[in-house]
Ligand binder design. Structure first.
Ligand SMILES: Nc1ncnc2c1ncn2[C@@H]1O[C@H](COP(=O)(O)OP(=O)(O)OP(=O)(O)O)[C@@H](O)[C@H]1O
Length: 204
């Protein structure tokens, strides 16, 4: 099933940020959002992930198909790496975490408390979590922040494997992941024009 956005407007605090967003993302493909800081990439990803409603337009093929990963990764600090993954696997009706541990080089850290991980290790755990959801559409906000070059390569491999299994990925990232299947969607020209009246309302 494709993810399809048709003429979508997304907003923060009631203020339109992007207007007229239309694209399709097919199984096996990745799409990278580009645009300057503050242009609305995070807002668009959160909307596709169902964390906030679109102002107008239609989004199809998202909902229960989405696994979302962003800055606030919701890891449980008092659980170990393995316990975190098993917890999330159970939430999604799965049990196998071995592949996720291996893909993000977390095997040696399996028994460490998530709260004691470095920033990059936390990010690897947050990304490994995607693999235990079994969900086909990965929605990723700056997934490579805090990752060293080796971990970026692991992440790119995991995305490629996911695409190879018929999954898809929509992500905002400023770096080139070297994924030939990835298209680019630049949001710059879709930035909503400031509307003074609406903006005033949003800050009341
Ligand atoms: N709670 C909020 N209320 C009103 N405006 C907000 C709120 N949160 C963010 N914004 C504004 O919405 C706009 C879009 O922000 P967003 O985080 O989607 O951009 P981005 O493209 O992801 O940026 P970056 O590349 O810096 O991560 C920005 O101008 C931001 O200041």
């Amino acid at each position: 099933m494709d993810l399809t956005l048709a003429d979508v407007t997304v907003a923060r605090g009631g203020v339109p940020v992007l207007e007229g967003v239309s694209f399709s993302l097919a199984p096996g493909r990745a799409l990278v959002l580009r645009g300057p800081n503050g242009s609305g990439k995070t807002t668009l990803l959160r909307t596709v992930a169902g964390l906030q409603p679109e102002l107008s337009g239609t989004i199809e093929g998202a909902g229960e198909r989405v696994a979302y990963a962003a800055h606030a990764d919701g890891l449980k600090a008092m659980l170990s790496v393995g316990e975190n993954l098993r917890f999330w696997a159970r939430v999604f009706g799965l049990s196998e975490i071995g592949a996720a541990l291996a893909a993000f080089d977390l095997e040696r850290l399996e028994d460490r408390l998530a709260g004691n991980l470095s920033a990059g290790q936390k990010r690897r755990l947050g990304l490994a979590r995607l693999m235990v959801t079994g969900r086909p559409l990965w929605v990723l906000d700056e997934p490579t922040v805090s990752l060293d070059a080796a971990s970026v390569a692991l992440f790119a491999d995991a995305v490629r494997a996911h695409l190879g299994q018929g999954g898809s990925a929509l992500m905002a990232t400023h770096i080139d992941l070297g994924i030939p299947e990835a298209g680019i969607f630049d949001v710059t020209s879709l930035r909503a024009r400031p509307r003074a009246a609406v903006q005033d309302e949003a800050f009341l």
